[in-house]
Design a binder for this molecule. Sequence first.
Ligand SMILES: Nc1ncnc2c1ncn2[C@@H]1O[C@H](COP(=O)(O)OP(=O)(O)O)[C@@H](O)[C@H]1O
Ligand SMILES: [Mg+2]
Length: 285
Amino acid sequence: MSQPNTGTPQERTPQEEMITRSTTEGKILLSCQNVTKEFSVAGSKITAVDDVSLEFPESSVLAVVGESGSGKSTLARMLLRLMPVTAGTITFRDQDVTHLKGSGLRKYWTEVQAVFQDPFASFNQFYTVGSLLRRGLSLAQVPKDEADVLIEECLGYVDMKPKEALHKFPHQMSGGQRQRIMVARALMMRPTVLLADEATSMLDATLRVNVLNVLHDLKNDLGLTVLFITHDIGQASYLADRVAVMERGKVVERGTTEEVIFSPQGDYTRRLLSDVPDLRGSLKS
Ligand SMILES: Nc1ncnc2c1ncn2[C@@H]1O[C@H](COP(=O)(O)OP(=O)(O)O)[C@@H](O)[C@H]1O
Ligand SMILES: [Mg+2]
């Protein structure tokens, strides 16, 4: 992996940033076919994810957008194999991984990594960032000298230096820095897919753009495939090559980012778009 040779994300603004979208799509790395999840709540059944089929081409960003409760996180948990499907199939590198167990599943989890919403919840407040990162690698039995090199490399991907991060406690960092540490931690496993579930939702506007730009650079520089889950179609359109819109467990609309933003087909998508009035002006292609 080579070091991203981009400027510091802090120096860029959405207006300056040219988002480059994938025009030619790679081969399908991860997909799900007719995936459904039902929960029983107080004796009644709710269908959180209802017959969803999606494809994730290599080195592209697919955004899944929808209101709170539309089933995005449940879908993410199934794709990550943290939660069993009620029905349907998950395929990774042409292999059915829906019921993978043991070492096969552990291998899958090195390839498919996730970053979630609340960076604080993922940190133990009493450990430094350095011990958090080293711990992950020691569990994976990476020797210490290799671990230090890998940590420096992965912090580099999120524009951080070991000396400004490793000795700090989580509360001594900004929300954006914590979120970038979580991305670095996910990258240490050298994943091919990064799943970000509302990973930028708790950040203020500047820090959010900062993390979005980091994700964008990772796609371009490392060829990472990114599943970007958000309730905010504005963020999705900033980053994604393709967008899938979820409503009450179903994918109700999908297409390239331009198609979904400029010619939304359904009322639900139009409503999501109307919450971000100046979106079309800022969309770059
Ligand atoms: N473990 C669970 N048990 C019961 N219901 C759940 C569980 N997880 C999610 N749900 C329900 O499934 C629906 C979708 O939730 P979720 O996937 O978290 O949506 P989103 O991430 O889009 O906000 C919601 O109605 C939620 O209450
Ligand atoms: Mg969610």
